[in-house]
Write a protein that binds this ligand. Structure first.
Ligand SMILES: Cc1cc2nc3c(=O)[nH]c(=O)nc-3n(C[C@H](O)[C@H](O)[C@H](O)COP(=O)(O)OP(=O)(O)OC[C@H]3O[C@@H](n4cnc5c(N)ncnc54)[C@H](O)[C@@H]3O)c2cc1C
Length: 325
C-alpha cells in the first residue's frame, strides 16, 4: 500500500507563501519510495496557483469553491476533513503559521488523528512517525513518537527547511468541494495592509538586529551609527519594540518580519526561537553576546563572546578607519 504525503498549500492574494515550498521540500523527502507527494490547493479560480505548484509535487489536488477564495479556517476544516477521510494520506503537513494553526487542531480532532504542532522536523523511522520540537524556549530539542494511526497531521515551523528548486511535473486532480452549506459564524472581511515604515528591513543586504542587551534607548545612537557605517539597517528583537525603542516594523521573528539578508549581526540578542525563526535564513549570521551559552550561538556562523559596549565602538572605529583608507 502506498503512503502518500499531503501538503496543504498556503496562499494569500494569489501568491503561494514561502512555507508551502519548504513543506513540499520536506514532503518530497518523506514521500520517496513510499508514495506520492500531493499539494492540496483550496481556493477559487486557481489556475495561476496550480501553474506555480506544478514543479514541486507529483499531484495537485485542486479543490475550488467560491467560499474558499479567501482563507476561512472553518471551510478549510470541512473540505479537508472529507478529503483526508476519503483518501487516507499517511502524513499531512501544514505550516506552523497563522494559517496552519487555525485549522489543523480542529481538523485533527474531527478525524481523531494524532497531531503535533510547532515541529522543526518530522521523520519516518521504521514506518513510525517521529517529530522533533523545541522545548524550554529552544534550549532543548525533544523527539516525539506518534501513536500508531492510519494518518497524522504535523505543523512545521517556517524556516525549518530550505526550499529546493522543483523538478517534478504534477498532474492535476480536481476534487469537488465538500462544503454544502454557508456558515455565518465566521466570515472573511478584508485584508488590511500593514502600515509601511521609513525603513523596510526585509530589503536590506545587511541587517543589524539589536536586543535587550543594549540596555537603554540612550544606547540606540551607537547602534544606529554602527548600522550606518556598515551600510545596513537597524532591526530588533521584540523587547526592544515592547519598550518603545524602535517601531514594530523593525521587529524580526515569529510575530514580526522574516529577513533573509546576506549578513545579519545579532547584538545583545539571546536567540529565542521566536526571534531565530525570522532571521535564520540569512546567508551569514554573526552574534555578539556576553553569555557564551546564549542560544544565538547555535545558529551563528561567527560568534563574538564579549560586552557589546566594548565591541561596537571598536567595530565603528575600525570601519571608519577602513573607509578612510
Ligand atoms: C507568542 C510570542 C511571540 C514572540 N515573537 C517574537 C518575535 O517576533 N521576535 C522576537 O525577537 N521575540 C519574540 N518573542 C519573544 C521571545 O520569546 C524572547 O523573549 C525575545 O526574543 C528575547 O529578546 P532578546 O534576545 O532581545 O532579550 P533577552 O532574551 O533578554 O536577551 C538579551 C541578551 O543580551 C545579552 N546581553 C546583555 N547585556 C549584554 C552586553 N552588555 N553585551 C553583550 N550581550 C549582552 C544577554 O546575554 C542575553 O543573551 C515572542 C514571544 C512569544 C511568547
Amino acid at each position: 500500500m502506498t503512503k502518500d504525503i499531503y501538503v496543504i498549500v498556503e496562499h494569500r492574494q494569489e501568491n503561494i507563501r514561502d512555507i508551502t515550498f519548504e513543506l513540499l521540500t520536506k514532503g518530497y523527502e518523506l514521500s520517496k519510495d513510499r508514495g506520492k507527494l500531493n499539494a492540496v490547493l483550496l481556493g477559487y479560480q486557481n489556475e495561476k496557483l496550480v501553474d506555480s505548484l506544478k514543479p514541486f509535487a507529483d499531484t495537485i489536488i485542486n479543490i475550488e469553491d467560491e467560499r474558499l477564495k479567501d482563507f476561512n479556517a472553518e471551510y478549510y476544516q470541512i473540505a479537508l476533513s472529507s478529503l483526508l477521510q476519503e483518501k487516507k494520506p499517511f502524513i499531512t503537513l501544514t505550516g506552523q503559521t497563522a494559517f496552519g494553526i487555525d485549522f489543523a487542531p480542529s481538523l485533527a480532532t474531527s478525524l481523531d488523528m494524532p497531531y503535533t504542532a510547532d515541529c522543526i522536523n518530522v521523520e519516518i523511522d521504521n514506518e513510525k512517525v517521529l517529530t522533533e520540537k523545541q522545548i524550554y524556549g529552544g534550549k532543548v530539542n525533544s523527539k516525539v513518537l506518534l501513536a500508531d494511526n492510519w494518518g497524522y497531521i504535523v505543523s512545521l515551523r517556517p524556516g525549518s527547511f530550505a526550499p529546493k528548486e522543483g523538478e517534478l511535473s504534477a498532474e492535476v486532480t480536481t476534487v469537488p468541494s465538500a462544503i454544502t452549506e454557508d456558515i455565518d459564524y465566521r466570515n472573511f472581511v478584508q485584508y488590511v495592509e500593514a502600515v509601511k515604515g521609513e525603513v523596510d528591513i526585509t530589503q536590506s543586504d545587511i541587517v543589524i538586529g539589536i536586543g535587550r542587551g543594549i540596555k537603554e534607548d540612550k544606547n540606540l545612537p551607537l547602534m544606529e551609527e554602527f548600522a550606518k557605517s556598515i551600510g545596513g539597517v537597524l532591526a530588533c528583537s521584540r523587547p526592544v519594540v515592547d519598550a518603545g525603542w524602535l517601531p514594530k516594523d523593525r521587529q524580526v521573528g515569529s510575530s514580526g518580519k522574516t529577513v533573509k539578508p546576506k549578513l545579519y549581526i545579532a547584538v545583545g540578542i539571546s536567540g529565542a526561537f521566536q526571534h531565530v525563526m525570522g532571521m535564520k535564513a540569512a546567508d551569514i549570521i554573526v552574534a555578539i553576546n556576553k553569555d557564551p551559552n546564549a542560544p544565538i550561538f547555535t545558529v551563528a556562523d561567527y560568534g563574538i563572546v564579549a560586552d557589546l559596549f566594548q565591541v561596537i565602538p571598536k567595530l565603528n572605529a575600525k570601519i571608519t578607519e577602513m573607509k578612510g583608507a
